[in-house]
Ligand binder design. Structure first.
Ligand SMILES: NC(=O)c1ccc[n+]([C@@H]2O[C@H](COP(=O)([O-])OP(=O)(O)OC[C@H]3O[C@@H](n4cnc5c(N)ncnc54)[C@H](OP(=O)(O)O)[C@@H]3O)[C@@H](O)[C@H]2O)c1
Length: 383
């Protein structure tokens, strides 16, 4: 699929994981920005589970797509069997199907495949060893098998490694949004990091533009791995304190909890939760705590290969800091509506006139709506 033939024929793609943060952003982009020349089908995991090779074969035989994008993952804290089946076997099955159909396969991977360190390149990766957590191990194995299938079966694939993702529509509150949530919820009393710990961040809004570009330029991107991350890394403590000031909160206080104390506290909590589960009280720590060590170690991804590619950043000035005000409003509204948080200063959010009227003056509201907004939709009248 080269740039020239992609513009002449309407393409049909299959997106796996369309209900997730990354998949949802891709689905929205292809629906609103490329609808005339690219159509994307995003079957739910109930309709097509990538754990099941027969599901994949049946679905792809029926749909006959021009490309496949895989954003599916088992939840971060999933056990070894589920992580293996979704993150590794699922990837393998999709790649085998794509190789048979001779179509591009775009695979989303993660910085969890990388060691700690600065300016890590696409060549870097952790060794595959038993003691790795299930997420990192399965993602690494998937990357390795895709490279192997490129060499041995001619698989036309691109692996895109994401760093810590920020963006709207994270319904599951994971990764960066979990950190943000614990600040908004005031459940982070102190800073669980050190000074000068840097990480890379990936912008979910920009990501679909890159995937689109990668699909249009197979010659350049086939058989390659790319880091998709903002150019400048971000200091974790500074980011947390900036979010705190946006939310006008006092916590977390600027006291740095040393790593040994943080792991001790985590172990105690795990012990207590185990005890409680014996008397029927179920509870759990956020699965992101498997990455607790990362809060104390720098990991930055080089984006040089991305910047030297033919891809042009559609929003070069957008970073996690410029995006924060929007994210604060979006997530505070969402979490308040879902009754997940209630403690923050409501003036941080702009008041919504319609919602206020619904609460305070329903009769006036219904009168206004009857006068202005009850005509049948004109654009549907002729159908
Ligand atoms: N979010 C981040 O900060 C981050 C950072 C680095 C890399 N990444 C990578 O980005 C990709 C997408 O992550 P995300 O944050 O968007 O994940 P997510 O929000 O947890 O979404 C995961 C998706 O996978 C689907 N899925 C799970 N099991 C499946 C199965 N057996 N068959 C088909 N679909 C299945 C889920 O569908 P259901 O909801 O129906 O189960 C959901 O749509 C992953 O490869 C991840 O490693 C994400």
């Amino acid at each position: 699929m080269t740039q020239s033939n992609s513009s002449s024929k309407k393409l049909l793609g299959v997106l796996i994981g369309g209900s997730g943060l990354i998949g949802g952003t891709l689905a929205h982009y292809f629906k609103t920005k490329t609808a005339d020349n690219i159509e994307l089908r995003a079957p739910s995991s109930k309709k097509l589970s990538i754990r099941n090779a027969a599901d994949i074969k049946d679905y792809l035989k029926r749909v006959r797509p021009d490309f496949v994008i895989n954003t599916a993952i088992a939840s971060i804290g999933a056990d070894s069997q589920l992580s293996f089946e979704v993150n590794y076997i699922g990837t393998l099955n999709l790649a085998r199907a794509a190789a048979a159909l001779k179509i591009p396969y775009i695979h989303i991977s993660s910085a969890s495949t990388l060691p700690n360190g600065e300016n890590l390149t696409e060549e870097d990766c952790l060794p595959i060893v038993p003691k790795l957590n299930n997420y990192a191990k399965s993602k690494l194995m998937a990357e390795e098998t895709l490279k192997y299938m490129h060499k041995t079966a001619g698989l036309d694939y691109t692996t895109i490694r994401l760093a810590i993702v920020y963006g709207e529509h994270d319904h599951k509150i994971q990764g960066f949004h979990r950190l943000f949530f614990s600040i908004a919820d005031e459940s982070m009393p102190l800073l669980f990091t050190k000074k000068n710990i840097l990480h890379s961040y990936s912008n979910a809004n920009k990501f679909p533009y890159f995937v689109h570009h990668v699909l249009q330029n197979r010659e350049e991107f086939s058989g390659e791995t790319y880091h998709f991350a903002d150019k400048e890394p971000v200091e974790l403590a500074n980011l947390i304190l900036t979010i705190r000031s946006y939310l006008e909160l006092k916590s977390p206080r600027e006291i740095y909890v040393p790593y040994p104390m943080a792991t001790f506290g985590k172990n105690i909590l795990e012990f207590l939760l185990k005890g409680l589960s014996r008397i029927g009280l179920k509870g759990g720590l956020p699965p992101e705590l498997i990455f607790l060590e990362s809060f104390y170690k720098t990991q930055t991804l080089s984006s040089e290969k991305l910047r030297n590619s033919s891809f042009i950043d559609p929003m070069p000035n957008e970073t996690i800091y410029t995006k924060l005000p929007e994210l604060v409003v979006y997530y505070l509204k969402r979490w308040t509506h879902e009754n997940l948080i209630s403690t923050f200063n409501e003036t941080v959010l702009h008041s919504d006139a319609m919602a206020n009227d619904f609460e305070q003056s329903p009769v006036e509201l219904i009168d206004t709506i009857h006068q202005d907004s009850t005509k049948p939709f004109e654009e549907l009248l002729d159908l």
